[in-house]
Design a binder for this molecule. Structure first.
Ligand SMILES: Nc1nc2c(ncn2[C@@H]2O[C@H](COP(=O)(O)OP(=O)(O)OP(=O)(O)O)[C@@H](O)[C@H]2O)c(=O)[nH]1
Ligand SMILES: [Mg+2]
Length: 201
């Protein structure tokens, strides 16, 4: 994919604030601090388009980005970080669920996980729910640079088993080395080209 333009469009918390649903959309979901915003910048070859932070809970709104005037990337707030106050946490789940259930142009969700961690119930629930509502998902194991090659392979096998996935369905990624960037784009392009109305909305 050649990135000719990548522009912030708007932030939203509820459907009335979403931009018009005109272009196919790809969303990025995952636990807080897992590296969602960093991954978006890395695959777009932009350093600062999306704000990133070493403090979990940086992205608290649904952020829309226009890519090439052709499709939209959506950075979702991270879920499941223990230190986020309960009143904020309670808003996040419904905010993300409402987006996923209502966005007619949503083509796929990249579910970003930390390669070093065995997925918890939250990730398992998210993927089970996406399967149930028939939204295509692309599982990514990020921060691969934090593990040796042999540990990467072990974790990939362990995580694939948890989700009953074939290992080749899990994409390993590192924002540092950009390993996995091409595989991510292949998966995104496939999702963007699909004409199927998976969500039957
Ligand atoms: N070594 C390494 N660090 C990474 C990688 N991806 C992200 N990070 C670091 O992880 C931290 C969190 O990254 P973010 O992209 O802000 O995470 P996020 O998932 O958007 O977090 P929230 O917006 O809080 O949900 C930052 O300090 C990043 O530099 C990676 O592939 N390798
Ligand atoms: Mg973020």
């Amino acid at each position: 994919m050649i990135i000719k333009s990548a522009k912030f469009v708007t932030s939203a918390v509820k459907p009335s604030q979403y931009p018009p649903a005109l272009l196919p959309e790809i969303a990025f979901a995952g636990r807080s601090n897992v590296g969602k915003s960093t991954l978006i910048n890395a695959i777009l070859n932009r350093k600062h388009l999306v704000k990133t932070s070493s403090t979990p809970g940086r992205t608290q709104l649904i952020n829309f980005f226009d890519i090439n005037d052709n499709f939209t990337f959506v950075d979702l707030p991270g879920y499941g970080y223990a230190k986020v106050p309960d009143n904020i946490k309670k808003k996040w789940g419904p905010m993300i669920e409402t987006y996923i259930l209502n966005r007619k142009t949503l083509k796929a969700i990249l579910v970003i996980m930390d390669i070093r961690r065995i997925p918890r119930q939250e990730e398992i629930n998210l993927i089970e729910w996406l399967k149930y509502i028939r939204i295509p998902y692309i599982p990514i194991l990020t921060k691969a640079d934090k593990l040796s090659k042999s540990r990467q392979i072990k974790q990939k096998t362990a995580i694939a088993n948890i989700f009953y996935l074939q290992e080749n369905k899990l994409i390993l990624f590192s924002a540092k080395s950009k390993k996995g960037r091409e595989s991510i784009w292949d998966a995104i392009e496939e999702a963007l080209e699909s004409n199927l109305n998976y969500t039957q909305k």
